[in-house]
Design a protein around this ligand. Structure first.
Ligand code: IPE
Ligand code: IPE
Ligand code: MG
Length: 249
């Protein structure tokens, strides 16, 4: 039997998504399955992050946006939140050099003001170090909320344009990730079929792929399945199927 990874090799990379967002869900349940504390699942999830980045690079994706911590996740038990913060610090310290060597540009999106000064500095340093890289853009959404993003974009638009009529283009200009390719595909692991305040505006015409795989089990083969599914979709953007087909010829 051919694997999804093998099948993908036969498909023209031009049809691959340019920008993929992943809602990395299911760490807690993965840990629970093995009678381990939830934080064990978060730690195990780091290996899946590495695999996803590797996959994105190997398949020429332009942008990979990973949902690491939502603006609602602060409501979790204090101990879990602090482990997640420590993990974030640790991963930044350990992985940034390698990302830089691999020509990856790191961006962290979200309301960073709620993080400790130490973590904010680490983020800033990592972004600065990788700023000139022109390979994969790895965007990490931390203390991110899609509603927050829209509100901050509207506020920036109001400040920059002295009129009281804000246009879609102005909002778009100030949204997180506005300088990169638009979002093509959202993958959510862990079986839930919801957006949980991820990239709301940016998701307007993204394709969705839901899988029951729990995040710590998600590897290149699982990512390949999502891409195979994506390349077989017809994106119509409001047109009819015939219009889309005719435009190709
Ligand atoms: C996703 O896994 C990671 C974060 C939200 C930080 P969860 O921790 O939500 O795992 P489940 O959904 O409880 O299994
Ligand atoms: C979404 O997962 C946030 C991240 C993956 C970081 P959650 O597990 O927090 O989402 P809900 O609460 O089940 O919707
Ligand atoms: Mg969850």
């Amino acid at each position: 039997m051919t694997t999804a990874l093998e099948q993908l090799q036969k498909i023209s990379p031009e049809t691959f998504p340019r920008h993929v967002g992943i809602i990395m869900d299911g760490n807690g349940r993965w840990a629970k399955q093995q009678n381990k504390p939830r934080t064990f699942g978060h730690k195990a999830g780091v290996e899946s992050v590495r695999a996803a980045v590797r996959f994105a690079q190997q398949h020429g994706l332009q942008v990979l946006t990973l949902f690491a911590f939502s603006s609602e996740n602060w409501k979790r038990p204090e101990q879990e939140v602090s482990v997640l913060m420590e993990l974030f610090m640790l991963v930044l310290s350990k992985e940034v050099k390698r990302l830089n060597k691999n020509n990856v540009r790191l961006k962290v999106i979200g309301d960073l003001s709620r993080f400790s000064a130490r973590l904010q500095k680490k983020i800033q340093d990592a972004e600065l170090l990788t700023e000139q890289n022109d390979g994969l853009v790895l965007a990490v959404a931390a203390n991110y909320g899609g509603k927050w993003d829209i509100v901050q974009a509207v506020n920036q638009s109001l400040a920059n344009h002295q009129n009281n009529q804000i246009t879609e283009a102005q909002i778009e200009e100030h949204l997180s990730l506005s300088e990169f390719a638009s979002l093509d595909l959202i993958i959510r692991t862990g079986g839930e079929q919801r957006i949980s305040n991820f990239l709301l505006w940016q998701a307007a015409y993204a394709e969705f792929y839901f899988t029951d795989d729990l995040w710590p089990n998600f590897r290149e083969e699982n990512f390949a399945k999502a891409l195979l599914c994506f390349v077989n979709r017809q994106r119509r953007f409001g047109l009819t199927g015939d219009q889309v087909e005719n435009a190709k010829n």
